[in-house]
Design a protein around this ligand. Structure first.
Ligand code: AQP
Length: 334
């Protein structure tokens, strides 16, 4: 038996990924390529579900791929491509959309949040059907596990439901994927509002640490992170959500347990703690930023990596879609 397969995607919706994307997803992607059959995707079609500019989307797709490579993805150890390069994603999405109830799709909280932000009349049908395209991304590759942050749990549950429904109606076809969510890093919060998720589209710039921020900017943002009343460095989700978020980040990047870190800053107060954390984040991101710049300096080579990944991905996705068509009563494609 081959190794278990993982699949995950990330949207090119900003000029940089942030600390939440890195700790919640990308770092797991890098680790998992060592032990799993790993397939990763820059989900540029998902980025079209909100208003966008074509040139910016093109640029950000490259920037996203460069950051993933800069963070440690290795095309020899995983498949990396852009979603739009593999047409089977959209094809399977249609099939799954025809199996999804309107009420079921309407219960997705991310759609509610994002459409409420832009005015629900303005929201696109693509934003509404986003989780169905996401299910297609995952099911096409028969993924066993999907490394994501906590915010994606509901979407993943829909992917599981759709896989089971298809299998039940048309015969065993899809692997039912399991979430791979590490609770310690699954919800990194906004530095300015520690009750909200750190988010590319809804956090203010001061609330986000970008992977590509200059070291000085990183140090400053962490130094200005909202901490809570008092001076004691200790984890307490309810009373000290800001400090708790910073402790989680510190722990994830240093490998030391939260309690040990809290104990070592017991007498020094927030200032020293935040200064050291700023250094730690800056030191972690600096080499990633440098490697990303190198990949971006040669866009042709970057495009070639994605194209090669897309070719390899298509060998799998074509096979899945051929089975899906046959099961659904659709003739083969020309
Ligand atoms: N704050 C977070 N903590 C932990 N994990 C997070 N992820 C996102 N934010 C956090 C995880 O990062 C992966 C890629 O996310 P995405 O870009 O595809 O979309 P998202 O979840 O919607 O992230 P954002 O930053 O909020 O982007 P926008 O604003 O564009 O929608 C996913 O695995 C996600 O769970």
């Amino acid at each position: 038996m081959g190794s278990r397969r993982v699949f995950s995607g990330i949207q090119p919706t900003a000029d940089s990924f942030h600390l939440g994307n890195y700790l919640g997803a990308v770092r797991q992607w890098v680790d998992l390529q060592e032990s799993r059959d790993a397939i990763y995707c820059v989900v540029n079609m998902h980025a079209m579900t909100v208003p966008y500019d074509p040139l910016t989307l093109r640029r950000r797709t490259r920037v996203a791929a460069a950051q993933l490579l800069g963070a440690g993805l290795d095309p020899e150890r995983c498949i990396l491509f852009a979603q739009s390069q593999v047409p089977e994603h959209a094809q399977l999405s249609w099939v799954l959309g025809c199996l999804t109830g309107f009420g079921e799709a309407n219960r997705m909280t991310q759609f509610k949040d994002k459409s409420a932000r832009g005015g629900s009349e303005q929201a696109s049908v693509g934003l509404f059907t986003y989780p169905i395209l996401q299910a297609a991304d995952i099911l096409l590759y028969q993924a066993d596990e999907v490394p994501v942050g906590e915010d994606q749990r509901q979407h993943l549950e829909l992917s599981r439901t759709l896989a089971q429904r298809f299998n039940h109606r048309f015969g065993q076809t899809f692997v039912v994927p399991a979430p791979y969510i590490l609770s310690a890093v699954s919800k990194i919060t906004d530095l300015q509002d520690p009750t909200a998720k750190m988010s590319k589209s809804s956090s203010p710039p001061q609330g986000i640490v970008d992977l590509l921020d200059e070291p000085d900017v990183i140090r400053r943002k962490i130094a200005r992170a909202v901490t809570d009343a008092g001076t004691e460095v200790r984890a307490d989700e309810d009373a000290k959500p800001g400090v708790t978020n910073l402790l989680r980040i510190y722990s994830a990047l240093s490998g030391s347990p939260v309690e040990e870190i809290a104990a070592s800053y017991a007498t020094s107060g927030y200032g020293t703690f935040k200064k050291d954390l700023g250094e730690l984040v800056a030191d972690t991101f600096a080499p990633i930023r440098e490697r990303t710049a190198k990949y971006l300096a040669d866009p042709d080579a970057l495009d070639a990596v994605l194209m090669d990944g897309a070719r390899r991905a298509r060998q799998i996705s074509r096979e899945t879609m051929a089975v899906v068509r046959a099961r659904c009563g659709l003739p083969p494609v020309a």
